[in-house]
Design a protein around this ligand. Structure first.
Ligand code: 6OG
Length: 178
């Protein structure tokens, strides 16, 4: 595992609406770190703020809504040859929200299908119009812990990354547990 000397605290929040059809809200990040990828809504925890407060503030700033967020997991990301610090990301989820979703300078909100493909719901109503979760356009670690978030398990995880010559991220190692 890569070494690091300090951590920076971030948040990431997801709305998982029970439906039917069951769906998850992601944001297409338009600029900054992780641009052109889908992710939850979140950012840096500011001085004097708890992670829970930051999660609510970022959700409102990035897509205009409020939600009864629950803490759902903690992730640690370390990059080779990158800064000597790691990202610690506190993950939150809610199954409802209030307010009106808006597109902001930073994020374009979009719903995706969160239906378990083995479920009764799919057998009864196969033609959901929602696209599946776009793992090909998400951070490489997401495919590993997203099922834990969707099944409402509390998880911890770590992923170590390297970048190739073109600056593309490669996941060297990951570990997730519940
Ligand atoms: P702002 O630049 O918007 O905060 N983030 C990651 N999310 C995932 N799923 N995987 C990663 O693997 C990530 N690295 C950072 C944390 C950046 C947002 O991006 C998240 C924040 O929500 C490397 O302030």
């Amino acid at each position: 595992w890569l070494a690091f000397t300090s951590k920076k605290l971030y948040t990431n929040a997801f709305i998982v609406s029970p439906g039917p059809p069951r769906k998850i809200l992601l944001g297409y990040k338009k600029r900054g770190f992780g641009a052109n990828l889908y992710n939850g809504f979140g950012g840096k925890v500011e001085d004097g703020e708890t992670p829970a407060q930051a999660a609510l503030r970022e959700l409102k700033e990035e897509c205009g809504i409020e939600a009864p967020l629950n803490h759902c997991g903690t992730l640690l990301f370390v990059s080779k040859g990158g800064p000597e610090w790691a990202f610690q990301i506190e993950i939150y989820r809610a199954d409802a929200y209030s307010g009106t979703l808006i597109e902001t300078d930073e994020m374009r909100p979009e719903w995706f299908s969160a239906v378990d493909t083995q479920s009764q719901e799919v057998a009864e109503k196969p033609n959901t119009t929602l696209a599946p979760i776009p793992y090909d356009s998400m951070w490489l670690d997401d495919v590993h812990w997203m099922p834990l978030l969707l099944s409402n398990r509390h998880f911890v995880g770590r992923a170590d990354f390297d970048t190739d010559a073109s600056g593309k991220y490669k996941m060297l190692k990951w570990w997730f547990g519940i």
